[in-house]
Design a protein around this ligand. Structure first.
Ligand code: FEO
Length: 169
């Protein structure tokens, strides 16, 4: 069992991960509308990853004999000014999520909950990758936006992204 405080915090993070999936799906829908189907694909893959993150919290709570409490998922933003604006949002969102994971680790340490701390270390490493991937994509989108057919070429590249389940799934 985990403490009540930790139970609440882990359930809150489950919600935040599912919300992230919802946000990226909203970004995918924005790109479908602007006919950048490769960009939409990139966001769909991102959304799938977030749902898998949410399921990791779900499974951990179950494993610890703790109640999974699902709560309302807030409505995501649905409109952006440009592809660059979208990817700036992705990077800032991932930084916020990294902060949330760090807060959870702080709580686990405070409570001397070594199991939860160990579980969270996967997310600590994952957030490094998430921020790097968002930052790389943002640089590419900025660069592509300045070239005449840059977005078209990048759309083909983003269209090849596939969802790869993590090894622990
Ligand atoms: Fe689940 Fe992109 O953080």
């Amino acid at each position: 069992m985990v403490s009540t405080k930790m139970e609440e915090a882990l359930n809150k993070q489950l919600n935040a991960e599912v919300y992230s999936g919802y946000l990226y799906l909203s970004m995918a829908a924005y790109f479908e509308e602007t006919d950048l189907s490769g960009f939409a694909n990139w966001m769909r893959v991102q959304a799938q990853e977030e749902l898998s993150h949410g399921m990791k919290f779900y499974d951990y709570l179950v494993q610890r004999g703790t109640r999974v409490t699902l709560s309302e998922i807030k409505k995501p933003q649905f409109s952006w000014e440009s592809p660059v604006d979208v990817f700036e949002h992705v990077l800032s969102h991932e930084k916020v999520v990294s902060g949330m994971i760090n807060d959870l680790v702080d709580l686990a340490i405070e409570e001397r909950d070594h199991s939860t701390n160990n579980f969270l270390q996967w997310f600590v490493a994952e957030q490094v990758e998430e921020e790097e991937s968002a930052s790389d994509a943002l640089s590419k989108v900025k660069f592509a936006s300045e070239a005449s057919n840059g977005l078209f070429l990048l759309d083909s590249e983003f269209g090849t992204r596939v969802y790869t389940p993590s090894t622990s799934e």
